[in-house]
Design a protein around this ligand. Sequence first.
Ligand SMILES: Nc1ncnc2c1ncn2[C@@H]1O[C@H](COP(=O)(O)OP(=O)(O)OP(=O)(O)O)[C@@H](O)[C@H]1O
Length: 229
Amino acid sequence: MTVLRFDNVSKQYPGGHAALADVSFSVAAGEMLFITGHSGAGKSTLLKLIQLAERPSRGAVLFSERNLLKVRGGRIAHHRRNVGVVYQNHQLLMDRSVAENVALPLVLRGMRRGEIGKRVRSILDRLGLAPRERALPSQLSAGEQQRVGIARAVIAEPAMLVADEPTGNLDPTLSAEIMALFASLPERGTSVLVASHDLGLVKRMRKRVLVLDHGQLVDDISPEDLADE
Ligand SMILES: Nc1ncnc2c1ncn2[C@@H]1O[C@H](COP(=O)(O)OP(=O)(O)OP(=O)(O)O)[C@@H](O)[C@H]1O
């Protein structure tokens, strides 16, 4: 089953050149892959189209077979619930505790409090954040804040997780732990798309890699081909 498909997608910002030019690829349900390329190659733009933070200038983005061009108004929020997002600057609610930040997607879904508590404890345990559950984001290190952002993005088990340079602030050990966590999501049904220009990290993960160059998709490397390089 295909969860995401880009069909000849181009994106031109007002007054700018083509941030994406005629990009086509698809992602299977439960697949993890990376997208890499130089600064300005179009990685963030591609992720923004998936979250409906931007719209294509030409072509179509299909998510679970639905053309996102047709998703408007109140349906945008509904679509975004199916896409977990991890940013480099985590966009946490600074006046809410770690546990409250992580619980937010479940609260928005109207889940029962008892069930929310259980799920929050479980994900905080997995990410080594349980001792910090009552802390405010301002009392955390950059790495801890990043893990809170990741916990919040994955807690509702979205169809897809998109992450933009998710290990930018983290030391190598923590980066490896975060990547291992991402790699465990597909077996729970979540596809994972990670934008990164850390080529060493990307190669170590032995996953499919899309390569963008000036907005064009110039390579689509399978894990097997990556192993041969
Ligand atoms: N809101 C915007 N308005 C105009 N141009 C933009 C906008 N956002 C991005 N661009 C341009 O589109 C191109 C692609 O940018 P994008 O942020 O997608 O690249 P990137 O590969 O994510 O880069 P980086 O690795 O530096 O984050 C760049 O030339 C950028 O200057």
